[in-house]
Write a protein that binds this ligand. Sequence first.
Ligand code: SF4
Length: 344
Amino acid sequence: MTLLRVQDLQIKFSTPEGEITAVDHVSFEVNPGEVLGLVGESGSGKSVTARALMQLNASNTTYGENSKLLLETPGESVDILALKSERQRRKVRGDLVSMIFQEPMASFAPALTIGSQMCEQLKLHRGLRRPEAKDLSIQLLSRVGISDAARRFDQYAFELSGGMRQRAMIAMALSTKPSLLIADEPTTALDVTIQAQVIDLMKEIARDFGMGIIFITHDLGVIAQTADRVAVMYLGKIVESGPVREVLHNPAHPYTRGLINALPKLEDLEAQLTPVPGDIPSPLERPAGCVFHTRCPQFSKGTCEHAIPPQHLVGNEHFSACHLHEEALASTLASAEHNQGVPA
Ligand code: SF4
């Protein structure tokens, strides 16, 4: 069973400077127990997509008329964009989908203890009374690796270290047993050793709770360690997607190749880094044709700036949206025809 189907998602914001397309006809799926990595630079639309799932985008947001966010759980089937009332949206937000953020301090009220906030959430979403809520909260805090969980339960967020706060936030997100967990840059503010612990924890959670996870990051190294599948976003579009090893070992799209080339190589620390040239354009000046054409080293004049490239199947469940694949296909077909025409 597929847990989440994002179909033809289009998100626009009206601003005083004009209308901005933040997400443009994006489709993907997440299965239970699977980690999907959404990767891209700032402004690629990954966080806006996540916030649509939580219905947290601002009031100047409009969605495309064919856009659907379909969540299928054993007991419920919900089209998130069709929810009418704030009460229904709140129920989805707590019961079915939870989100963790880069900065846990933003998730905890500074004047309340970690425990009282967890208990409040359990009362609201699972109807638990205080003694049961306290027991479960302490269990969850220890489950995410917080030692001395009973003492931490009575502490405030500012009393915990950065890594511990992140774990406490994960425990709070898990407490309502959501079917889908969205992790928005959850490891960016952590040092490398704590980062590795949080990544291991996220993978364990997906496996043990059978939960789907959308892991958002700009860091391909983190995606390599965490995700089962990856979708690479650029200026509101998915330009490449597929199983994580396949995409990282055989990147098909020039943007993905650029992101990989920009990573430092441990085996050759003297090698110069080659960043993707130029900057991501302003969404107010969205390029026509292929959105990556203003930075693409393989730009082909006459095609790339006019025609939007469709998704091409380039490997096992591996897709890439680039005109180069059409040329490659055309030349393969031409050489096959030529070979057939040559007498033996
Ligand atoms: Fe580059 Fe053209 Fe492919 Fe876009 S369609 S990624 S501009 S080669």
